[in-house]
Design a protein around this ligand. Structure first.
Ligand SMILES: [Zn+2]
Length: 291
């Protein structure tokens, strides 16, 4: 799983076997991947795979990676732009062999991997599960995965042309409001953590922004409900801690009024590499192995 860092683990069924390895090992070096060329990121993942797979009978390798992924190629990745166009699946092919045969590698969108991990560990593989991952980027994941692009984080939620903080360059995007990098660009004088803390004690500019964040996430969620119907929505990633579920639900309720579309449920799941790793494995098993 590659989000703010690389996390690798062995999965059997819907459970992690042993502990996760991560690169970089230190929590504070969150931007280590930002400055790393694409082939070095691939090499780093490859080394992690080789070391964890040693002596294990691996059937499939799944990788969750931020961006638009098609046939193993990262077609775009606004928050890791150096990887745009890179054939990640190709670069990792042959990283692990079992009985002289290459173990198949499949690459998925990181938020899709999260959705698969949540669905698998909760016994919800038969249902539509949607997840928002809140970090530098805003990911939208769904399980079961379905043909399409699903860049829900770039949903347009504001019509003001001055809303231009999204990493992809598009105006009015959810990520341009709620993405960590975008928040730093908007509030040059304070960190996002301070913005949310100041809002709690009633500082007007911060409180107004926090209200807008919740309306923005509610708006993108409402669009998803209007397109695909109601259901469970999970919110995770390093910045899920900023979200007030009650406020989000009230906002969605104001935006979704048709009776057949009622009944969505929201849950915050604290940032969790484990679920992403499990989900990448679950998706890889389904994609690469005959059932
Ligand atoms: Zn965007």
């Amino acid at each position: 799983m590659v989000m703010e860092h690389v996390a690798v683990g062995l999965v059997e069924g819907d459970k992690l076997v042993g502990s996760l390895r991560r690169y970089p090992e230190k929590e504070d070096s969150v931007d280590a991947l930002l400055s790393m060329p694409a082939d070095q990121i691939a090499e780093c993942i490859r080394q992690q795979l080789e070391s964890i797979a040693k002596g294990e009978k691996i059937h499939a390798i799944g990788l969750g990676f931020p961006g638009v992924i098609r046939d193993g190629i990262v077609e775009d990745s606004p928050n890791l732009q150096q990887v745009k166009g890179f054939n990640l699946q190709g670069a990792l092919a042959g990283a692990v062999h079992v009985d002289g045969k290459e173990v198949p590698v499949r690459v998925f969108n990181d938020a899709d991997a999260m959705a698969a991990g949540i669905a698998a560990t909760r016994g919800k593989l038969h249902k539509l599960n949607r997840v928002w991952t809140l970090g530098n980027g805003i990911g939208f994941g769904r399980f079961p995965s379905s043909e399409g692009v699903w860049e829900g984080g770039h949903s347009v939620v504001a019509l003001d042309p001055k809303e231009n903080f999204c990493g992809c360059g598009g105006r009015g995007h959810l990520e341009g409001i709620l993405g960590y990098r975008s928040m730093r660009l908007r509030f040059l004088d304070m960190e996002p953590e301070e913005v949310f803390a100041n809002a709690k004690v009633g500082e007007a500019r911060c409180a107004e922004f926090v209200a807008m964040c919740h309306r923005a996430l509610a708006a993108a969620t409402a669009t998803s409900i209007h397109m695909e119907g109601p259901g469970p929505f999970y919110i995770t990633g390093p910045n899920a801690k900023f979200i007030d579920i009650g406020l989000l639900e009230r906002n969605v309720h104001e935006m979704v009024k048709m009776s057949p579309l009622q009944g969505s449920r929201f849950e915050v799941i604290p940032s969790n590499d484990e679920l992403g790793v499990i989900g990448a494995a679950v998706n890889a098993e389904r994609a690469a192995l005959p059932s």
